[in-house]
Every structure is written in C-alpha cells, then in structure tokens.
Design a protein around this ligand. Structure first.
Ligand SMILES: Nc1ncnc2c1ncn2[C@@H]1O[C@H](COP(=O)(O)OP(=O)(O)OP(=O)(O)O)[C@@H](O)[C@H]1O
Ligand SMILES: [Mg+2]
Length: 279
C-alpha cells in the first residue's frame, strides 16, 4: 500500500514537472483588491472547517464572490459537511489531469468550493515543488473572487504552513482547551518566524464572550512577551449543539439554524472580517 502510494507520488511529480515546463507562467500574485485568508489552527478539530464554510456562505449571501479551498489535502471535509459530491478534486489538478477551474463546484448560495481529495496519502504529503505550483495556481485563481478562504489541516507541518504563509491574511482558531491554546501559540510562533504579519484569532466553542476574551488575552500576552508576534482578536463562536447537528444533517448551520447562537456569532465574524483586513 505504501509502495503504491510512493509510486503514485512519483507519477504525480513527473506529470506536474512536465506540465509546469509547458506552462511556466503559473504564478500570479492576486491583485490588491482581492483577499486570500488562511484559516488554520495548531490543534485539530477546533472548528476550522465549520467556521470557514459558514463564514463563506454568510459572505456569499451579502453578494460577495467567495471561494473556499479545502487545503486539508489528504482528507476532504468541506464537501462532506455541505453534502457535495465532487467528481474531481485537487489531486486531479496535481496529477495534471484537470485545471484548477475545472474542479470548481458550486456550494450553497453560489459559493465556489475547491475540493480536496478524500483519504489520499500522496496529497497529504506533497513534495515542496508540488505544493509550490499548487499554491501559485490557487493564488492566480484568487483574482476571480472577492475573498478566497484557505481551510487548512491542523498542525505545523510544511503542508499547512506553506499554505498559511501564501495567503495575505491569517486566522488562527482555538478553543478554550489548554491543549488547543498551547498549540495555537505554537502555530503563531511558526507563522511569525516566517512572515511579519498580524494574526487574527477566533476563539470557538466558548460559553460566553468573557471566556473568549480571556483565552485571547492569554495568547496575546504570551505572543507579545516571548515571540514578539502580533495578534488581533476577531471574535468568537459560542459552543452550540446546532453546529454538530448541522454537520450530521450535512446542511449549512446558518441555513438550518439561522437564529442559533452560533449563527449569530458567524454573522458577526463575517461583518468584522469584511469590514477590516487582518493586517
Ligand atoms: N461552536 C461549536 N459548538 C459546538 N460544536 C462545534 C462548534 N464548532 C465546531 N464544533 C464541532 O467540532 C467538530 C470539529 O469541527 P471542524 O471539523 O469544523 O473542525 P476542524 O478544525 O476543521 O477539524 P480538523 O482539524 O480535523 O480539520 C465538529 O464535530 C463540529 O460539529
Ligand atoms: Mg477541517
């Protein structure tokens, strides 16, 4: 199985290199009016995908042109929570079988989703060159949207951090759990070592706004004191059973439970992010 995956990985690389040779002008920095925002975390399962999907839908409902890239490359997620069945995904792009635009699918409200491949080891551990070419294509496509969200995997691997650094803006999500806070801090440290930027923080699954502020303050004090990193509080999402329920139903939270606590938090976050760049 592993040998098979390695062979596939090699084939992918050869195809990519061939294609890149034929197509050297892959890179295009997004023009300044468009936004690329990476949503990431240190610890897994803190709510990145749910928050990204619902933020993106909330913004689409305000007539913004939004794309979400599922950059959790080896484990597709966003298409599952939105009950989409993509025929093609980023693996087909990496293999040179499809252009990025060919794998776009329409999500709720007309949102564009760029799906990852489900359960594929070669995608989860892309080589640096594959990753670089893929990121360049993604940045180029960002010119077609007002905001492109990049929903990353958790953790500080190169697969994640390269995507984060490539985006203009970064949001780190944490929950109040001490392990999530410690891992968020580690992620902030790694990002700050590679890029001089203000990092936005969203605290998810909180009991109230005071708890969110308290978590943010702890991160902010440590970030300023020990790593000289700049962080910025964007907002919070309350812990709400409507979120897992909407996942189980595979329906967007903000449509299924438009008046829920979590939806109100998502709408407030969408407003804040649309009004202020994280710089
Ligand atoms: N505000 C919330 N209240 C209650 N449950 C939540 C909330 N946000 C997320 N969850 C639950 O937490 C789980 C993880 O959410 P999600 O998949 O969005 O996290 P993730 O950070 O994208 O995970 P991964 O690191 O695996 O990509 C889901 O089961 C979801 O229902
Ligand atoms: Mg996820």
């Amino acid at each position: 199985m592993i040998q098979n995956d390695q062979a596939t990985g090699l084939r992918m690389m050869v195809k990519w290199l061939k294609r890149h040779k034929e197509n050297p002008a892959l890179a295009d920095i997004p023009n300044p009016s468009v936004r690329t925002i990476a949503i990431t975390s240190g610890k897994g399962g803190v709510g990145k995908t749910n928050i990204t999907a619902n933020l993106a839908i909330a913004m689409t409902m305000q007539n913004k042109k939004i794309a979400v890239i599922d950059a959790d490359l080896g484990l597709a997620n966003i298409d599952v929570i939105l009950r989409l069945n993509p025929k093609y995904n980023l693996e087909h792009v990496v293999m040179g079988e499809k252009k990025l635009q060919d794998i776009f699918i329409k999500g709720p409200g007309g949102l564009t989703i760029i799906p990852a491949s489900p359960g594929r080891l070669p995608m989860a551990s892309l080589s640096e060159i594959d990753r670089t070419i893929l990121i360049k294509e993604i940045l180029k496509s960002a010119n077609n949207f007002d905001v492109t969200f990049i929903d990353t995997a958790a953790g500080i691997s190169n697969n994640v951090v390269d995507f984060v650094i490539s985006a203009q803006e970064t949001i780190v999500i944490t929950t109040p759990e001490p392990t999530a806070i410690t891992d968020a801090y580690a992620m902030i440290k790694v990002i700050s070592q590679r890029a001089d930027r203000n990092i936005g923080i969203i605290v998810n699954m909180v009991q109230n706004s005071e708890q969110a502020k308290d978590v943010y303050d702890r991160i902010s004090i440590a970030a300023k004191r020990f790593i000289n990193a700049k962080v910025h509080f964007i907002g919070y999402v309350l812990k709400d059973p409507a979120v897992p329920d909407s996942v189980t139903m595979q329906q967007p939270l903000i449509f299924r439970y438009p008046n829920s606590n979590a939806t109100q938090c998502i709408n407030a976050l969408a407003k804040e992010i649309l009004e202020n760049r994280i710089k």
